[in-house]
Design a protein around this ligand. Structure first.
Ligand SMILES: [Zn+2]
Length: 351
């Protein structure tokens, strides 16, 4: 058997819902869907067909049990749910359960159960998850947090605050306490800039880029910041992101393509967004940054948010200096690393 045949045989053995092929059984003269509950035939008696027509042209009759010549009911259900997902994503305000069920021609009870069964979330949870996803994606490119919130479909910032527990899985104050509860992969690499780099990531993006001169303190820092996360060494899985992070840290390549999954309070996100608006080769003071986000008196809080930045260089907290021009501290390797970064950026921009 070649790979395709092996895969198809696996699908039959596991009764998978796969409508890309059918199979016939020589000894019975019948053809079936892969999901058919009929007794598993011997492999030597089985042939595969790309369509029902092909199976019939080869002289096989449709099975009475799985009715391969008729519309697949599983596929119909999947299409109903798929259509509901699109509507949840695209309509503003999102349709309620009654509306969705009516469109699918099912009772709210049955529709809810079917949706949960196929998607793994209730329609409401799905709608919130997609919205939060859009918000996180929007935060990376938006001018301001407020703009990102509007674009993600929240009607006002205050509604975002109200709902933040459900949307982000926890309230803003819990973020501060490292109340994460998720699985993160991490990977340590030597780097030229500071000696060592640690990259940590969730399934959706990079949540930590730490720099320092020794590896152990970076792992300790990871544990300290993500107290409740399950931390798993993940060399291979993170390779592409690690390479991109290295290119950014060691060669000064753009950080904008790196997918980030950074979590923080709304205020921290405002500061981090403002940091990302500082072009390479430029610097700001903490006071300027505080004015930029419309909180001119919150200079100390801004400095604290800069220090809390979990992704070195990708969110360029190194571009913030003191009003007197001195560098101030740098959590990721100290002032020498900060100086080296600023000098390289000035050079690359031709200053
Ligand atoms: Zn069958």
């Amino acid at each position: 058997m070649n790979t395709l045949q092996e895969r198809r045989w696996q699908a039959i053995a596991q009764r998978q819902h796969d409508d890309t092929f059918f199979y016939s059984v020589k000894t019975t003269g019948v053809y079936c869907r892969p999901s058919c509950a009929a007794r598993l035939a011997r492999p030597e008696n089985v042939a595969f067909h790309d369509s029902a027509e092909q199976a019939e042209a080869a002289g096989f009759r449709p099975c009475k049990r799985c009715k391969p010549d008729q519309q697949d009911p599983h596929r119909l259900r999947a299409e109903l749910v798929e259509r509901a997902c699109r509507r949840l994503e695209e309509s503003e305000p999102p349709p309620d359960l009654k509306e969705l069920a009516a469109q699918a021609g099912l009772s709210p009870f049955h529709f809810h159960r079917l949706f949960k069964q196929l998607v793994g979330l209730t329609p409401k949870q799905y709608e919130r998850a997609r919205r939060a996803e859009r918000l996180r994606a929007g935060l990376a490119g938006a001018e301001s947090v407020t703009e990102a919130i509007f674009e993600a479909g929240y009607q006002s910032s205050s509604r975002f605050y109200e709902n933040s527990r459900e949307i982000l899985g926890m309230s803003p104050s819990h973020f501060k306490k490292g109340g994460e509860n998720r699985r993160l992969g991490y990977c340590l690499r030597p780097c030229r800039l500071s000696g060592w780099m640690l990259v940590a990531a969730s399934e959706t993006g990079i949540c930590g880029i730490f720099l320092g001169d020794r590896p152990e303190p970076l792992v300790e820092e990871l544990r300290r910041r993500f107290t409740h996360a399950e931390l798993v060494p993940a060399e291979d899985a993170l390779e592409a992101w690690v390479q991109a992070a290295l290119a950014m840290v060691d060669a000064g390549e753009s950080a904008l393509e790196l997918p980030l999954d950074v979590r923080g309070t709304v205020f921290q996100h405002q500061v981090w967004e403002a940091l990302r608006s500082i072009a390479p080769g430029e610097t700001r003071t903490y006071t300027q940054l505080a004015s930029q986000i419309g909180r001119p008196r919150a200079v100390r809080a801004v400095a604290a948010a800069c220090a809390a930045n979990p992704v070195a260089v990708a969110i360029p907290c190194h571009r913030v200096i003191r009003a007197d021009g001195s560098l101030a501290g740098y959590a990721w390797g100290g002032p020498e690393v900060k100086r080296a970064l600023l000098q390289r950026e000035a050079r690359q921009q031709g200053f």
